[in-house]
Design a protein around this ligand. Structure first.
Ligand SMILES: NC(=O)c1ccc[n+]([C@@H]2O[C@H](COP(=O)([O-])OP(=O)(O)OC[C@H]3O[C@@H](n4cnc5c(N)ncnc54)[C@H](O)[C@@H]3O)[C@@H](O)[C@H]2O)c1
Ligand SMILES: [Fe+2]
Length: 470
């Protein structure tokens, strides 16, 4: 442990770094730093933040090392978790070949539901409990990785489904201890789920998404192989790219950690803690990569460099938002995905029960222009910086221009890609706004990180403003 102090500092905060730490050594390195004065606040406010992430291996063909990593972590009977479309992919074949080479027994569960629901998670959990596995290897997008996290949690610490689900929707009970080894192989450039302690699902009776969030859910290792993203259909590359983009902006513009109330005990410190100096670094680096690469990565599937940059950006943004959190565009996206009617974009399967699907990244980005126009006044410099990194010309602009600059830049990107024009383009009308607001209000984990106090009236206006973007 290293202690740094600065004369100007009056608060100490703790940074826990758990990069590159294998399972046998789970104690994080702890560095104590002096907080700058602008993070000072009232005594009941938070004075500490933590930074945790999975170990990451990045590089073409790194999928080959899945077996090596699971063997190193002591797994002998592994559940490979994927969705029906990815089951026959090269990524799954390479990952399972590597298990064979490492002499690890495995079973493939290929029934992940795209945009998982409580029902689909329960099916995966049942399959896992029956199979008695001691390790997990999700290969796929966020849907597969999140399903594997939930299967690991409930098979290791069986409980009523709502036990660990975020309060106030579930009980929000902290995960009781260590989980079994989980090595994640993301095949989209989007969620950053390989770095986060979060699993998201659509809670059908609520008509909105929610999740389970605890640092123990974080994969031991993410194997980020840019080769796996070469086969992404255009709209999947677009939607997962929008997710990265919003993770970057939202974590950078979230309420600072020092403006949150302090947790009653260290166990209760949330995974999503608010913007902080370390998450800022990851968010900004991610936004710079997204600004350069999102359009070529989506519009030209032969641009392997742009696709590789997006895979890297997804992981960087994951480290940032996995600790800082996200806010209104994500909070508002949960009912947009949950209440979907018939819309399904190209490249995605139909949703469960014949419903459509508004993919996560699309549900998030369609709310983003209105939200950032609204939140810009909370910190114009940050909104302006994000706009600039995404390619906006900010020459001569003042703080009052920040909201329009970022909203206009996002709209430019959406139009270049050919995304539906706002929530009305995916089937919503103003008559749906009350239900959309109702589905957003309980999303405290993220809405409380909005940089402006936002209640039902503000959400109503934001949803109305998101119906048509141009
Ligand atoms: N845990 C987290 O931190 C976190 C963060 C953001 C989003 N999410 C969740 O992740 C889910 C979305 O995940 P996603 O956007 O990564 O996509 P996904 O897993 O839902 O997959 C989307 C589609 O792309 C296909 N696909 C995936 N990789 C492919 C490839 N390489 N080539 C061809 N097709 C491919 C899948 O078969 C599927 O049809 C949502 O449920 C969302 O809420 C989780
Ligand atoms: Fe997201």
């Amino acid at each position: 442990m290293q202690i740094l102090t600065a004369e100007s500092a009056q608060v100490i905060y703790v940074i826990q770094l758990s990069f590159s730490i294998g399972r046998p050594i789970v104690r994080p390195n702890t560095i104590t730093l002096a907080a700058p004065l602008h993070f000072m606040n009232t005594p009941s406010n938070e004075t500490a933040f933590t930074i945790d992430t999975s170990s990451i291996k990045f590089g073409p063909k790194i999928t080959n090392e899945a077996g090596y990593e699971l063997a190193r972590l002591g797994a002998k009977r592994v559940l490979v978790v994927t969705d029906p479309q990815m089951a026959s992919s090269e990524a799954v074949r390479i990952a399972t070949d590597s298990l064979k080479q490492a002499n690890i027994d495995f079973t493939v569960f290929d029934q992940v539901s795209i945009e998982p629901t409580d029902t689909s998670l329960k099916e995966a959990i049942k399959f896992t409990i029956d199979g008695n596995f001691d390790g997990f290897l999700p290969v796929g997008g966020g849907s597969s990785i999140d399903t594997a996290k939930a299967a690991n949690l409930y098979s290791t610490y069986p409980a009523d489904f709502l036990e660990y689900v975020n309060a106030p929707i579930g009980k929000g009970t902290p995960v009781p201890g260590e989980l079994k080894p989980l090595v994640a192989v993301p095949t989209t450039a989007g969620t950053g789920s390989e770095t986060t302690g979060v699993a998201i699902f659509d809670f059908e009776e609520l008509g909105a998404k929610t999740g389970i969030a605890h640092r123990s859910l974080r994969p031991d290792i993410g194997l980020v192989d840019p080769h796996n993203t070469r086969s992404l259909p255009k709209m999947v590359a677009a939607c997962s790219g929008f997710d990265v983009l919003c993770h970057g902006i939202e974590s950078y513009t979230a309420l600072p950690f020092s403006q949150r109330e302090a947790p009653p005990t260290p166990t209760h410190r949330p995974a999503y803690q608010g913007a902080n100096p370390i998450s800022d670094v990851w968010a900004l680096a991610a936004l710079e990569m997204v600004g350069k690469s999102i359009l070529p990565a989506v519009l030209d599937d032969n641009d392997t460099e742009a696709r590789s940059n997006m895979a890297m950006a997804a992981t960087f943004a994951g480290v940032g938002f996995g600790n800082a959190g996200v806010h209104l565009p994500h909070g508002m996206s949960y009912p947009v995905s949950g209440l979907v009617k018939q819309y399904t974009p190209e490249g995605y399967p139909e949703g469960p029960k014949g419903k459509g699907i508004v993919p996560h990244g699309m549900a998030v980005i369609l709310n983003a222009p209105a939200v950032f126009r609204y939140t810009a006044s909370s910190n114009p410099e940050r909104h302006m910086r994000a706009a600039q990194l995404l390619g906006a010309d900010v020459t001569g602009a003042g703080p009052e221009d920040a909201g329009d600059l970022i909203a206009d830049r996002l709209i430019h990107i959406l139009r270049e890609i050919g995304v539906p024009n706002g929530l009305s383009g995916v089937g919503y009308t103003v008559d749906d706004v009350p239900r959309l607001v109702e589905g957003t209000l309980p999303q405290h984990r993220v809405t409380k990180l909005a940089p402006r106090l936002t209640g039902a009236d503000e959400l109503t206006e934001l949803f109305k403003d998101s119906m048509k973007l141009w």
